[in-house]
Design a protein around this ligand. Structure first.
Ligand code: MLT
Ligand code: ZN
Length: 462
């Protein structure tokens, strides 16, 4: 028997043959994520159905030196769930049950493979609300969201995934099961290990179950889209709205991003006359009068050329599509994604830095801008020219990235605001974290995953 046959037999003993896949098309389907730049070459895909399955697998990996890659909805944009080197992909597709709901605590207990939208609908059916939301909600899974501390489009009001995790059940890289925080509101008993696993990108262990807090259903919302010519005015517009009302989203996108959506989708241009930038503002319908007041001010100041406000849920959804469909619309252009953040107060000066950099370093590339500017988080996507190979394009982008990351470091910003580090940003981590921090991160990994079986090569260089 070859070592591969032995490994397959051992996996089948834990999972039964029906839950171990090795066919090339399955390896290709489950071995990657939404990034398209990395080699996809796992040796097997397994589908646990219980905590015990994962414990046994982790013990096997420690005994045999196997490498494990946790995999959720595979919507990641930094290669965090890509298996490039014979790893075993651990898919949570079959651990997708909502296990428990407690109305008094307003806490729902989910398995890692529950799809975000399923949780949102589960909450809505009980007149409650799970506020973390993004364009990939229809396929992203809770375990992956927690592993990357996913942000999305409502952070300005509701915060990040971390803010909604009241408890976690994890299996460490050493095979230990930990119950972290048990859904408690208060728990002052030392290190909160739950928060180490949130955003760890599967490098410390597996997230198996989560207690997630829900909110009462929000008030009906209105959406406004605004045409803005000068980038700096996007922030003037944000401040005008924030003076009078509480926003649930403030997003922006460039004319190029809009053009790509219009080319890709059957949606209407919001205004006859194109502008350089657009802002999308979401607010409670009860605040409409205040929003219209802010609109009058920003038009009077000359910051906004035109605006449209939704009159129905369907209209709100079509306005949101202009922003939410950008990722899918630019995907055929093999974008090189920069997901960067500075403090909101540093955004105007940072935009000047970026303008200069883009002009100098990316003159022959299309640069597509959008993002959660209300959080200081910009998505700067560089689009691949058709006649350039993906490898050559990525190599050039990687070569010019340091200039951008240097500007981020100078403003004490982050090279990855919400997508995670994964493979894509791993070699640049030192632009956002000090050598001492990285050394401590390595030590933490060694504590939870002493044999290095968990998601090797992600986040930290091997
Ligand atoms: C978004 O804001 O739409 C997501 O982060 C995805 C992306 O950046 O492409
Ligand atoms: Zn985003």
């Amino acid at each position: 028997m070859t070592p591969i046959d032995t490994m397959q037999r051992q996996l089948e003993e834990i999972f039964t043959p029906a839950r171990v896949k090795t066919a090339p098309e399955d390896l290709a389907a489950w071995g990657g994520d939404w990034t398209r730049a990395f080699r996809v070459a796992p040796s097997a895909i397994v589908f646990p159905q219980s905590i015990d399955d994962v414990v046994q697998l982790t013990q096997l990996a420690n005994a045999r030196g196997l490498h494990l890659v946790p995999s959720g909805g595979r919507t990641g944009l930094s290669g965090g769930a890509v298996a490039s080197d014979g790893e075993i992909v651990v898919s949570f597709d079959r651990m997708n049950r909502v296990l428990d709901f407690n109305a008094a605590d307003r806490i729902v207990r989910c398995e890692a493979g529950v799809v975000t939208q399923t949780l949102q609908e589960y909450a809505a059916a009980r007149d409650l609300f799970y506020p973390v939301d993004f364009a990939s909600s229809g396929s992203s899974q809770i375990g992956g969201n927690i592993s990357t501390n996913a942000g999305g489009i409502k952070v300005i009001r509701y915060g990040l995934t971390r803010d909604w995790v009241a408890g976690l059940t994890v299996v460490t890289g050493a095979g230990d099961v930990l119950e972290c925080n048990n859904g408690l509101v208060k728990n002052a008993t030392g290190y909160d290990l739950r928060h180490l696993f949130i955003g760890a990108e599967g490098t410390l262990g597996f997230i198996l179950q989560a207690d997630l807090r829900l909110l009462p259903a929000p008030a009906p919302a209105r959406v406004m889209v605004l045409a803005i010519d000068r980038f700096a005015d996007v922030l003037n517009v944000l401040q005008s709205f924030q003076r009078g009302l509480t926003l649930s989203a403030f997003e922006f996108f460039s004319e190029l991003a809009l053009t790509k959506v219009l080319d890709h989708r059957d949606v209407a241009r919001p205004f006859a006359k194109p502008a350089n930038f657009y802002a999308l503002v979401e607010f409670d319908a009860d605040d409409e009068e205040a929003a219209l007041g802010a609109f009058e001010t920003i038009v009077r100041e000359g910051w906004v050329g035109d605006g449209v406000v939704s009159r129905s849920d369907a209209q709100a959804q079509s306005l949101w599509a202009l922003r939410e469909d950008i990722t899918e619309s630019i995907a055929p252009h093999t974008p090189y994604k920069n997901d960067i953040a500075v403090r909101v107060s540093d955004v105007p000066a940072f935009l000047d830095d970026i303008d200069r950099l883009v002009g100098t370093h990316y003159p022959d590339f299309e640069v597509c801008w959008f993002g959660h500017i209300g959080d200081g988080n910009l998505h700067l996507n560089i689009l691949k020219p058709e006649d350039l190979s993906a490898d050559a394009f990525y190599e050039r982008c990687h070569r010019i990235s340091p200039a951008l990351f240097e500007a981020i470091r100078n403003r004490r910003g982050s090279i990855s605001a919400e997508h995670g580090v994964g493979l894509l940003k791993r070699d640049f981590l030192h632009y956002s974290r000090s050598p001492r921090e990285i050394a401590l991160m390595r030590q933490l990994k060694a504590v939870f995953d002493p044999k290095g079986v968990m998601n090797p090569g992600k986040l930290l260089t091997p």
